[in-house]
Design a protein around this ligand. Structure first.
Ligand code: SF4
Length: 450
């Protein structure tokens, strides 16, 4: 392929859809394109190239990725458009055939492919359509970019080997590939020197980190991070509850930089439904898990997700889930309706649950969760806490930020009634009021920080 020389500063716009892991991929794409001299713009109409970083996890997300791409195609007929991300990784050949109006396609098993297709299109060359190269390990996982001021996602592994029966991720992102502890430590050190103070460790299942090298190494990773100097938060997102790495609690008790925020996707509480999902737990076991975490570290905050409408889920199974919800009193909870995904083991399962029933069950859980989360937030009023400032609210004398019990993008925020703060810094605050799932605060005089 003849490479046309690259003019200065081609501009590109990236439309990021999907989960936190897609966010990290988007940041890596931004790094790769910036290193190639391309400039990112925040409005599509200013761009020469538009990249849609799609999601292919469930039906709803797939539809959103396609409608977004076609909407941008229609709105910007003269611009180059690439459909990248999970949807393309999963349906590469089909999409190329069916979406001829899109200029380029690139999956996410090797993000360099997005760079290559982008540069080819910007040069006016036709991106090669030959078999894509697959890479693994560290070289494809990088995120030199910030997610929020002072905060970064650190992807410690790619892919998943748990093969839950309803999940398409192992077929999109492949088997588990863990980074080395050394490369993660170095990345945290480098970013902390750049002023980052919150590190959100992400993978499909943090608890399995290192298992592709023989045995889980999440405890070793925590121990290695704990040796680092500095004032920062470490947040662990997505630990599979069936193999919770208990020794991490000992490290967290000694080193409070490991904030007691646990994202444990339980998915269900009925033993038979969990079994059909390819999971080993039960409501009783998960209650013991949450109880033990909370007794060992009383300030612990637990987020989870439930999946309702799974084939074979009876009214009795659902009542078990409701009972578990009332007993576990999870601080934050997201609920999803089962989405039948071809290629997954559950796709073949009979006794499907009607969409209406699945929706009603999701709405019932969401309704019951509101007072649980509100009571949890009410209990924060009058307490002091450390807040990570995210931004100043334009034209107002207040800022927004997050306490340790609020993860980026998914949990509420803190509105700080103070001026002159810096985004990306920690400030001591006292919570004064709850407003829905958000909190209000003032700066705290004393050093007593919970
Ligand atoms: S652990 Fe998570 S990512 Fe892995 S197969 Fe199960 S649901 Fe999917």
């Amino acid at each position: 392929m003849v490479k046309t020389p690259m003019p200065e500063f081609y501009k590109y716009y990236i439309e990021n859809l999907g989960c936190a892991k897609n966010q990290v991929d988007a940041e890596t794409i931004i790094t790769l394109l910036s290193e190639s001299g391309c400039a990112r713009v925040i409005e599509a109409d200013q761009a020469d190239l538009i990249i849609v970083n799609s999601c292919g996890f469930i039906e709803k997300a797939k539809r959103e990725s396609i409608t977004t791409t076609l909407y941008l195609r229609e709105k910007y007929p003269g611009k180059k458009i690439i459909l990248a991300g999970c949807l393309t990784e999963r349906y590469f050949d089909q999409l190329r055939k069916e979406m001829a109006e899109i200029d380029g396609f690139a999956g996410n098993s090797d993000l360099n492919e997005v760079k290559e297709v982008s540069l080819a299109l910007l040069r006016g060359d036709k991106p090669s359509r030959d078999k894509r190269k697959i890479k693994s390990g560290n070289e494809v996982i990088r995120n030199d970019f910030l997610s929020f001021p002072g905060s970064a996602y650190i992807k410690i592994a790619e892919g998943c080997s748990n093969y839950c029966s309803y999940c398409s991720i192992p077929y999109i992102r492949g088997k588990l590939v863990s980074r080395t502890i050394r490369s993660i430590r170095e990345e945290i050190e480098t970013l902390h020197r750049k002023g980052i103070v919150e590190f959100n460790l992400i993978a499909q299942d943090l608890g399995a980190f290192g298992a592709d090298r023989g045995k889980p190494e999440i405890v070793d990773l925590f121990a290695a991070i704990s040796e680092l100097k500095g004032n920062f938060w470490i947040r662990a997102l997505y630990i599979h509850p069936d193999h919770f790495p208990w020794p991490v609690l000992e490290i967290m008790k000694k080193d409070r930089r490991f904030i007691p925020y646990f994202d444990l996707p339980f998915q269900h509480a009925s033993k038979s439904v969990l079994l059909n999902m390819g999971r080993k737990g039960s409501g009783e076991e998960y209650l013991e898990l949450t109880g033990r975490i909370r007794s060992e570290i009383p300030a612990s905050v637990i987020r989870s997700t439930f999946l309702v409408g799974f084939p074979g889920e009876t009214d009795w199974d659902f009542s078990e889930l409701l009972e578990f919800q009332m007993k576990a009193r999870l601080n934050w909870l997201g609920v999803f309706e089962y989405s039948r995904e071809e290629g997954t083991r559950a796709y073949q399962l009979k006794s499907r649950v009607a969409r209406r029933v699945a929706r009603e069950r999701r709405e019932e859980i969401e309704k019951r969760q509101v007072p649980i989360t509100e009571v949890f937030l009410e209990n924060m009023i009058g307490k002091n806490c450390r807040v990570l400032v995210e931004e100043k609210v334009e034209g107002e004398k207040f800022h927004i930020g997050r306490c340790f019990y609020q993860a980026p993008e998914v949990d509420g925020l803190v509105v700080i009634n103070a001026d002159g703060l810096e985004a990306g810094q920690f400030v001591q605050c006292r919570i004064t009021r709850r407003n829905g799932f958000d909190l209000e605060a003032v700066l705290a005089e004393d050093e007593d920080l919970s």
